[in-house]
Design a protein around this ligand. Structure first.
Ligand code: ZN
Length: 660
């Protein structure tokens, strides 16, 4: 446990308690062994003059939606202390009423909701209060004699309380237990199976107490034989899964979830070591590290110890039973899909609708697996009973969020592949798909593709689409990274130099056929097995106006694009039975691409004796056609708007009397 306090960094905030609060909150938030992704909360009590010149006692406490790692002063709504203290004395209060009451006592009604632990922070009579879900403390707590071990470890310095549901119930419980105590005798509170509080009138002291408390727990784990770092150095590599099996798992999880889900395979030494544990069924089936992880990960993972489809069905059936058994009236059952799975001998899988879900679930289950393996070395892993986990999973505040409905972008959870993605229409398609919430494999022969997109949702791969082996390898990477394929935008192309038929260079002709036609057949054929396992799968071919309205001097290009169009029409016939839609776009005069430099545009415009602007909008609607316009239409074709359309050819050309 590192003490990250730096005098030089803190010096600038010495007179400003709120800024100091921001500083030490970030120190806590940046250590994943203390809190993960929005977990934990902190506060500072400040006396402040209000508009009427009266002095008020305020609690600045972490606001919901903020992460301690990156929190700012605006992330600490101020709540009136007297109201919070009065609330602690109420006999009962629903958590939604608690949130409502807290909002009425806020200094700024536009600030975020205060943490649900605000009352508890108010009860602790010190200026600074820090709360984390430190791995080491919770791990000790989750062992057979956890409470006794912690009591022996901390002696009289710490208050140790049994687990109760966070929110008002916990605040009320702490109020009752601490009414008559002498707080000056204590450095902190341990909430069994949940986390730690430290406190002091000085920001540094409160922070350093937290570090000391957690460091002692880490030392205790070492003494008791729970290796702090699981020995993963000798781990054998995992079995390489068949990408089709992986895509099928992802399809079944999406079906259980009721919406497209991503899936990511992890085969690092920790995941492998966990997946090979002799008693995996027992250790993985007991519950999370700390109860609030349940919102992200569900109580337990699926274990794929039989045929994956059957294992997922079993998980869903068991989840429904768990709901029936623990549910009270009026609760809405969540989807029965797992959030993660352990695949014996192969690794772990994470399921989520966004890349950030995958990252959060991955971080949480990595800490969970490590703690479980440590606890197993200290007598066994004892998570909270399922009733307590259920209570948090179906907490009224979480259910309220469900009822509000989740807003999601149109293609969220969808997996796309775009070729010719480094420039022009291909690049615009990647951007449009991302904007709609999809993740994308962006393929291009240009090496710049690997650094062009920096988003986690893009897999940029160098790929020569005329080489089947390179296509196969890119598809394998895509499936490992995101779980499958739903949308193919077959776009890669080349425009050969203009030449009349009798002057055609044989090599140029062959090259146009190879890139503009044959590569599309190869790509489609490699993608079909994955599209069959996709969610509402769709293919969009980027053809050309030259198909319905060819021009002289471009036979190499037009013939290949006409062949591609025919390929797409046959594909629409062949793949309809699998629910795969295949549609075709015929763009024309898209000038914001690499081949159309200002120079070339001016030359062409002069040739016609018109201005560049007139040249760019030389169509019936007198409108300019940008790559983005083509990309937006490609996205629409891949989305629900065109769910009942296949085999269509749509011009994107501003209107052309030869096409109409
Ligand atoms: Zn907590």
């Amino acid at each position: 446990m590192d003490n990250r306090w730096r005098d030089a960094d803190a010096a600038g905030f010495a007179d400003d308690p709120l800024q100091l609060r921001v500083y030490t909150s970030r120190l806590l938030g940046q250590d994943p062994d203390l809190v993960l992704h929005g977990g934990g909360n902190t506060s500072v009590k400040i006396e402040q003059r209000n508009f009427f010149g009266e002095t008020e006692s305020l609690l600045y406490v972490k606001g919901s939606g903020w992460d301690l790692a990156t929190i700012e002063a605006a992330g600490f709504p101020a709540v009136k202390m007297d109201v919070l203290l009065k609330m602690a004395q109420l006999k009962a209060l629903s958590d939604s009423d608690m949130v409502r009451l807290q909002r009425t006592a806020m200094l700024d009604p536009a600030a975020p909701n205060p943490s649900v632990e605000a009352i508890l922070h108010a009860l602790i009579p010190f200026t600074f209060v820090d709360h984390t879900h430190a791995d080491a403390v919770v791990t000790l707590s989750n062992t057979p004699q956890g409470e006794q071990v912690l009591r022996e470890l901390y002696g009289e310095r710490m208050l140790i309380f049994p687990y109760v549901m966070p929110g008002f119930v916990l605040a009320r419980d702490i109020y009752r237990r601490t009414r008559d105590i002498d707080w000056s005798r204590y450095d902190g509170i341990i909430l069994l199976h949940h986390g730690v509080f430290s406190f002091a009138d000085d920001a540094r002291q409160s922070y350093e107490r937290m570090i000391d408390i957690v460091a002692s727990a880490e030392a205790c784990i070492r003494e008791r034989g729970g290796m702090l770092e699981v020995d993963v150095s000798t781990e054998r590599p995992g079995t390489e899964p068949d990408p089709a099996v992986l895509a099928d798992i992802r399809r079944q999880v999406s079906r259980l979830k009721g919406r497209a889900s991503l899936c990511r395979l992890a085969q690092d030494p920790l995941s492998l070591s966990f997946s090979r544990h002799d008693e995996l069924d027992r250790i993985a089936a007991q519950g999370p590290l700390t109860p609030d992880h349940v919102i992200r990960t569900k109580r337990i993972p699926a274990i794929l110890d039989q045929e994956p489809g059957a294992a997922l069905e079993d998980f869903a059936a068991a989840y429904r039973r768990y709901f029936e058994k623990n549910s009270t009236a009026g609760l809405t059952c969540l989807d029965p899909a797992p959030c993660w799975a352990v695949w014996p001998g192969t690794g772990t899988l994470k399921f989520g609708t966004t890349v950030s879900d995958l990252v959060i679930i991955d971080d949480i289950n990595r800490h969970t697996m490590k703690s479980i393996l440590q606890a197993e070395q200290m007598g066994g892993w004892c998570a909270l009973p399922e009733k307590d986990i259920f209570e948090l999973e179906y907490w009224e505040l979480e259910q309220a969020k469900l009822k509000k409905g989740q807003q999601s972008a149109g293609l969220q959870g969808k997996i796309a592949l775009v070729t010719g993605a480094a420039s022009g229409i291909g690049k615009a398609c990647v951007e449009a798909l991302l904007a709609q919430g999809a993740v994308v494999a962006a393929l291009d022969v240009n090496a710049a593709i690997t650094t062009l997109f920096t988003q986690e949702a893009v897999l940029g791969r160098v790929c020569d689409v005329t080489d089947s082996a390179q296509i196969q390898s890119a598809l394998r990477d895509l499936v490992r990274r995101f779980g499958g394929l739903d949308i193919l935008v077959s776009n890669a192309g080349t425009f050969p130099p203009s030449a009349r038929i009798e002057e055609l260079d044989a090599e140029q002709w062959e090259r146009s056929m190879a890139i503009n036609l044959t590569s599309h057949q190869r790509l489609l054929s490699a993608c079909i097995p994955f599209l069959r396992l996709g969610i509402d799968p769709a293919v969009v071919f980027i053809a050309s106006k030259n198909v319905p309205a060819p021009g002289p001097g471009a036979s190499g290009y037009s013939v290949a694009k006409a062949g591609m169009t025919q390929l797409a029409r046959v594909a629409a016939l062949e793949l309809a039975g699998d629910g795969i839609r295949v549609n075709i776009l015929h763009p024309d005069a898209v000038f914001d691409t690499a081949i159309w430099t200002d120079e070339v545009l001016e030359k062409r415009a002069r040739h016609y004796g018109i201005s560049v602007q007139e040249y760019k909008s030389k169509n019936l609607l007198k409108t300019e056609i940008r790559s983005q316009d083509v990309a937006d239409l490609a996205c629409a074709l891949a989305g629900p708007l065109f769910a009942r359309t296949t085999g269509a050819q749509i011009p994107v050309d501003g209107g052309n009397d030869r096409v109409i």
